[in-house]
Design a protein around this ligand. Structure first.
Ligand code: ADP
Ligand code: MG
Length: 787
């Protein structure tokens, strides 16, 4: 066989059948893909895998010893069942085989091996039906890669025997079709075939960071002789992963900064000034700082790529709207006449898009009135200078709606009636709509912009990079402003958004009354729960409004997902399986019935909002609630993002432990937005001391989103271990866990930045330059596929 490289295709190295199985299961195509499929853990031949608490329903791989074997005739059908119990010395797991009595020849009491299959339960006994297995056969055992022949056997002294027992057995993320040992065999073929591997990491960085050469790391992570070998190898590979990721992000940021974009400089005395003059409040320091950074970047001949972080209610939307106005009136030469550019605001849900559209329209309408006033004022003082960019709108525009008419915001969602949608598309294509607000519908093929100058992505974490990218391709290097109300711990920001500049608005506008949050353990303190419902009626009696949030829509439904499965929920925490799943979750339907049945809610207007409703229904309910026609809104998390009803003062969350920390924090941001202090009551049946309960208590303990984000990361770490330990899933990050490796990530970023400073084009590190080229090429291909 000719020597392989990391880029060799797998079929030539491991054979066509295995290669296609690997591709199907894990999308592996090259030797590199396979060798980066790292063992999830290592077992020792001398140590057995604990069998207690294996997760039912999941595919597991365990190292165990056969305890006993028996065969019995089936009672209901013809045939024989072979029952083999395996043990770790404490627990047992039963293997069952139907009509495969011959297996008893291999599976003798005392035999050790690796067993893999899906865990099920039968009469209280955990079992694997028809598992795959590989026994450690005495005659087949190898030492140091050599088969033990008869002659060598005598030489096998105590030490070698111990080495054999100590040699770690890699356990790979596997699937039912492709068990761990098949992957191991493929990996060994690849390692044996591999020619000298060129190490992309420059020598001086390897030395400084105590990182072992790549070839050695790959060998030892897959074929370790002792535990310390794979540990060291894994640390080295982890550093490489962190370093390469940060290098790519920093390089991408530099490239983005170098790309040619269209400057959209601020125009004095125009729309933006009028808008500012009419704002009914002062911008906070954080808003001013972010706005200044954005304004300056928009004026640059390179596209902006900025992330704006700020708590719910910190006033990001105003900052974004100001940016859109700057773009709308920036003089760009072109056939459009006055040459202003367009902005697209991408929102994650229909409700939020509609609300953004409404509040933008209202803000512009309100400012239009003040523009009038401003113009009248300037005219009277003869200060009306000649404004070349605005001659055509000053004279003959309809009075009173100057801003609105010039900006012509439109809404585009996929659920709009056809005629309305067509009109919106036309205004977008002709360039007359300068601000376009929409959902994913904005990404679809039929949407083309006349001159897309700025993209604003609201609740950035709800979208993937690909979606940001898909919208970006609708313009010629447009400026990008991503916004998120979910505070992101620094290391996560570095990993997920390392190619973006960041602005943070830390304070809330003055005069906000803040939110008080309490955990209400309904099982321990049933009286508190009752008090919560009464408290809601008191708020209503005082003229204020209440949200009640439930995890499910109806009794027979599971937790509600997002409206659009492509968006996904940002927190994987809810739904810890096991006991909690047995009890039905509080649903909107049931809560509605309960409240309507209560005498003290007799005069209270109660409505419901869920993602299952039609958009018109949803919009009607939201309007009614916003108008104060409904007092209490029972809803799912459709209200999570951005909904703004300042008169809502209280929120009750049922089964609050079903939500993640950041989700709860988002949710409670819906109350306390007006002049009334907010109150948030988190009802839970989670037991004290559980992670679920800790999440609730963390949310109750602080309203500082950044502090919560760090806490979330800590708690989620346990979830990680529990949730993904046995699954064969694949993620882009192999060894890096942002929760655990924050320091490493920061350090790797420094090392990468220093290298790029020394050698921006990586002339001294051709391997790394090649890696970046490969990634850029991949991105280009992905983009091509999308456009
Ligand atoms: P975010 O999008 O960050 O959650 P919004 O931009 O929706 O916040 O702002 C929430 C509310 O606060 C809006 O009603 C907005 O008009 C108001 N607001 C924004 N900035 C200020 C400010 N500096 N002072 C007072 N109110 C403000
Ligand atoms: Mg917002």
């Amino acid at each position: 066989m000719s020597p392989a490289t990391l880029d060799s295709r797998l079929d030539g190295v491991v054979g066509g059948r295995t290669a296609s199985a690997l591709e199907k299961a894990f999308e592996m195509r090259t030797v590199r893909d396979l060798l980066w499929h790292l063992p999830r853990r290592y077992s020792n031949r001398g140590e057995l895998t604990p069998l207690l608490g294996l997760p039912i329903g999941e595919h597991v791989t365990v190292l165990a010893q056969v305890l006993d074997v028996r065969e019995r005739r089936m009672q209901r059908r013809n045939g024989k069942l072979l029952e083999v119990r395996i043990t770790d010395g404490i627990g047992t797991l039963q293997l069952t085989f139907f009509n495969q009595a011959w297996r008893a020849n291999d599976l003798r009491a005392g035999a050790r091996g690796i067993f893999a299959g899906k865990v099920s339960e039968y009469r209280g006994q955990l079992q694997l039906q028809h598992p795959d297995y590989e026994l450690f056969d005495r005659n087949d055992e190898t030492v140091g890669g050599e088969t033990i022949g008869e002659l060598q056997k005598e030489e096998l002294d105590q030490a070698a025997a111990r080495a054999f027992a100590e040699r770690p057995v890699p356990i790979y993320p596997a699937t039912a079709r492709l068990p761990s040992w098949s992957i191991q065999k493929a990996v060994e073929l690849a390692l044996d075939a591999l020619d000298a591997v060129e190490d992309p990491l420059p020598r001086e960085i390897r030395d400084a960071e105590d990182v072992i050469p790549l070839a050695q790391a790959l060998e030892r992570v897959h074929r370790p002789e002792r535990d310390d070998e794979w540990r060291r190898a894994r640390d080295s590979l982890r550093f490489r992963e962190a370093f390469e990721l940060q290098l790519a992000l920093l390089d991408r940021r530099r490239q983005l900064g170098l790309a040619a974009g269209t400057p959209r400089p601020r125009v004095d005395g125009g729309l933006l000034d009028a808008f500012d003059a009419g704002l009914p409040f002062e911008l906070t320091a954080g808003q001013r700082e972010a706005a200044a950074a954005i304004s300056a970047e928009l004026a640059e001949p390179h596209p902006m790529h900025r992330l704006l972080q700020g708590e719910v209610g910190s006033g990001k939307t105003v900052v974004a709207l100001r940016a859109m106005l700057q773009v709308a009136e920036a003089p760009v030469a072109g056939p459009a006449g006055d040459g202003g550019g367009q902005s697209a605001l991408l929102a994650p849900t229909e409700v939020l898009a509609a609300q953004h559209f409404r509040s933008i329209t209202e803000a512009l309408r309100a400012e239009s009135a003040s523009t009038e006033a401003l113009r009248a004022e300037s005219a009277s003082t003869e200060a009306l200078r000649a404004e070349p960019a605005s001659t055509e709108h000053s004279a003959d525009d309809a009075p009173g709606h100057d801003l609105l008419d010039r900006v012509r915001p439109v809404l585009l969602t996929s659920k709009m009636p056809v005629a309305e949608r067509r009109r919106a598309l036309l205004e977008i294509a002709s360039g007359s709509a300068r601000i376009v607000v929409g959902t994913h519908a904005l990404l679809s093929e039929g949407v083309s912009f006349y001159d897309l100058g700025l993209i604003v992505v609201d609740e950035q974490h709800r979208f993937g990079v690909e979606q940001r990218e898909a919208l970006r391709l609708k313009g010629a290097e447009p400026h990008v402003l991503a916004m998120t109300a979910t505070p992101i711990p620094r290391t996560v920001a570095l990993t997920a958004f390392g190619d973006l500049e960041t602005s943070v608005i830390r304070e809330l506008p003055a005069g906000r009354r803040g939110i008080e949050t309490f955990a209400v353990p309904v099982l321990e303190k049933p009286a508190w729960a009752e008090r919560a419902w009464r408290r809601a009626t008191e708020e209503v009696a005082a003229g204020r409004q209440v949200y009640v949030v439930c995890p499910a829509i109806a009794d027979n439904t599971r937790e509600e997902g997002d409206e659009d499965p492509a968006v996904g929920s940002e927190s994987g925490e809810p739904g810890e399986s096991g006991a909690a799943a047995a009890r039905p979750l509080a649903s909107v339907e049931q809560t509605l019935a309960e409240l309507r049945a209560r005498p003290d809610y007799a005069g209270v207007g109660v409505g419901a909002l869920t993602g299952a409703m039609r958009p018109e229904e949803k919009a009607a309910v939201m309007r009614a609630f916003a108008a104060g026609e409904l007092d209490v809104l029972v809803a799912t998390t459709v209200i999570e993002v951005g909904v703004n009803v300042p008169n809502a003062s209280t929120m009750i969350v049922r089964d609050a432990d079903r939500f993640g920390i950041s989700q709860l924090h988002q949710l409670r941001g819906r109350v306390g937005r007006g002049e009334h202090p907010g109150l948030c009551l988190l009802l839970t049946t989670a037991e004290p001391g559980t992670v679920a309960r800790e999440r609730i208590e963390a949310v109750a303990a602080t309203s500082d989103g950044f502090e919560l984000a760090e806490r979330d990361l800590e708690l989620r770490r346990e979830g990680d271990i529990l949730g993904t330990a046995q699954s064969g899933g694949r993620s882009t990050l192999r060894l890096l866990r942002v929760a655990e490796h924050g320091e490493l990530i920061e350090h790797a970023r420094e090392v990468a930045a220093a290298l790029l400073d020394r050698d921006p084009d990586l002339e001294g590190a051709p391997g790394l330059a090649e890696m970046l080229r490969r990634e850029a090429e991949q991105r280009r291909l992905d983009n091509l596929a999308k456009s």
